[in-house]
Design a protein around this ligand. Structure first.
Ligand SMILES: Cc1cc2nc3c(=O)[nH]c(=O)nc-3n(C[C@H](O)[C@H](O)[C@H](O)COP(=O)(O)OP(=O)(O)OC[C@H]3O[C@@H](n4cnc5c(N)ncnc54)[C@H](O)[C@@H]3O)c2cc1C
Length: 416
């Protein structure tokens, strides 16, 4: 089934009888050439590109719950490519280019909305840092604008410009950044993968690996043994738990990140605004809710729910930045499980076990990476070589000392 304006009109006039499910619900086969573990955005995107771009057949995605039930359906939907370091910036810019063509590519409305992101500047040191970051962004063609305080007052007059502790002195803007509907991204990739023959198997938890003579032969699952020539693990916040079943200990800690949405308001916030000094970020959904978040909960956890002290901290950040938020009622809050790596950057790499590959360490910034991560993981699984934009995301960088410490906070996963 192909989506088009013509199809929508036709279905509206004929009682909506021609819509079909977006993907099949197949029983698992005894074996596949490639099995991806984890039906989040990254796993499904990898399966999609493996089948579509690299022409691979006989692929399955195994998901322990329903697809998108993890972080893919819990994030605050921000997409951007405003990074600084050479290991990161070209990768995230590649991702942004894939976002820009995603809906045409998958023939699915993922509501990609390039409304722009503004990172606020509160000190002269921060202005220097953002100037440097803006230059790195321009080198990789991502585009960047340095905004003065006066320009910002015109664009976002509701911010508290004269906060005594965090006066707003300007901002760094990426106009091509914005948001995308997270569920729409998952469904678009799932539908595209399914159309190319990928089996998406939900309610299928991987409980163990069959490894013999240093080579992976398949997976123990809640639906029986499934053989595989290659296995790609892409389970985000569950990475350390799943890879432990293959006998591996990862440089990753799991932490909870919460997010919140207010009642629906009239259009107020033009794009995404980030308040790094107080750690608060906000955008407005198409339904009108203010979508916002801040710091992680600050201790290790595998629970997909957070605690009240962080709610208070995030809301304090919001009040410091835009006091009008105090008039809005909070509608919902939720938590997701982050795979925080030691330097804040991801891992897309082969492991020492033949046929076993890992995609992990996305911290709280993996949604924007979904297209490029899927593409680069598919490239690695299909060709056994890293994609040109992902060569720095090797696991042994922690041994070699070549960490990609974008935030410059050292081996402190809870600070990235
Ligand atoms: C509150 C919050 C806000 C965020 N905001 C942003 C943002 O604005 N922008 C941004 O870029 N990033 C953001 N992120 C981060 C982003 O959502 C994640 O980095 C990204 O979604 C991770 O990749 P994924 O979609 O594949 O993960 P997931 O959706 O978590 O996919 C992993 C899947 O693996 C499955 N799984 C786990 N164990 C097993 C098993 N044993 N067997 C089978 N399946 C298994 C899980 O059920 C899950 O569905 C945010 C995260 C959170 C929690």
């Amino acid at each position: 089934m192909k989506f088009s304006g013509f199809k929508v009109v036709k279905e509206a006039l004929t009682g909506h009888k021609g819509w079909t499910p977006l993907w099949r619900n197949p029983e698992p086969k005894p074996a596949y050439d490639i099995v991806i573990v984890g039906g989040g955005g990254h796993g499904l995107a990898a399966a999609y590109y493996l089948a579509k771009t690299f022409g691979k057949l006989n692929i399955a995605v195994l998901e322990k719950g329903w697809i998108g039930s993890g972080n893919a359906g819990r994030n605050t939907t921000i997409i951007r490519s405003n990074y600084l370091l050479p290991g990161n910036q070209p990768f995230y810019e590649f991702s942004m280019k894939l976002w820009e063509n995603l809906e045409q590519d998958t023939n699915f409305n993922s509501m990609v909305s390039q409304r722009g992101i503004i990172n606020l500047i509160h000190s002269d040191g921060q202005r220097d840092a953002y100037r440097r970051r803006g230059n790195a962004m321009m080198i990789s063609d991502a585009g960047a604008r340095l905004l003065s305080r006066e320009q910002l007052k015109d664009m976002v007059p509701f911010l508290n410009f004269d906060n005594a502790r965090f006066p707003i002195k300007g901002g760094l803007m990426q106009t091509r950044a914005g948001t995308a509907r997270h569920d729409g991204v998952v469904w678009g990739y799932a539908r595209g993968a399914d159309m190319h023959g990928v089996d998406i198997i939900q309610n299928c938890e991987v409980t163990g690996f069959k490894i013999e003579d240093g080579r992976v032969l398949g997976l123990e699952t809640s639906r029986g043994f499934i053989g595989a020539k290659k296995v790609g693990v892409s389970v985000a916040g569950s990475s350390s738990r799943v890879m432990a079943k293959a006998g591996m200990r990862l440089p990753i800690e799991s932490h909870v990140l919460q997010a919140f949405v207010s009642e629906g308001l009239k259009p107020t916030i033009p794009g995404v605004i980030t308040f790094g000094a107080g750690h608060f970020y906000v955008s407005q959904s198409d339904k009108g809710g203010l979508v916002f978040g801040g710091d992680i909960d600050g201790y290790n956890s595998y629970a997909q729910r957070g605690n009240l002290p962080v709610v208070e901290d995030v809301v304090e950040g919001g009040m410091a930045l835009m006091p009008m938020i105090g008039r809005a009622r909070l509608l919902r809050g939720w938590g997701g499980l982050l795979d925080m790596s030691m330097d804040g950057s991801p891992i897309i790499d082969k492991t020492h076990i033949d046929g076993l590959y890992l995609n992990a360490g996305w911290c709280y910034g993996g949604f924007k990476a979904t297209p490029a991560s899927g593409y680069a993981f598919a490239h690695l699984l299909a060709t056994d070589t890293p994609h040109e934009t992902a060569t720095a995301f090797r696991m042994d960088r922690f041994n070699r000392g070549y960490v990609i410490d974008e935030k410059g906070v050292g081996a402190q996963p809870n600070l990235h």
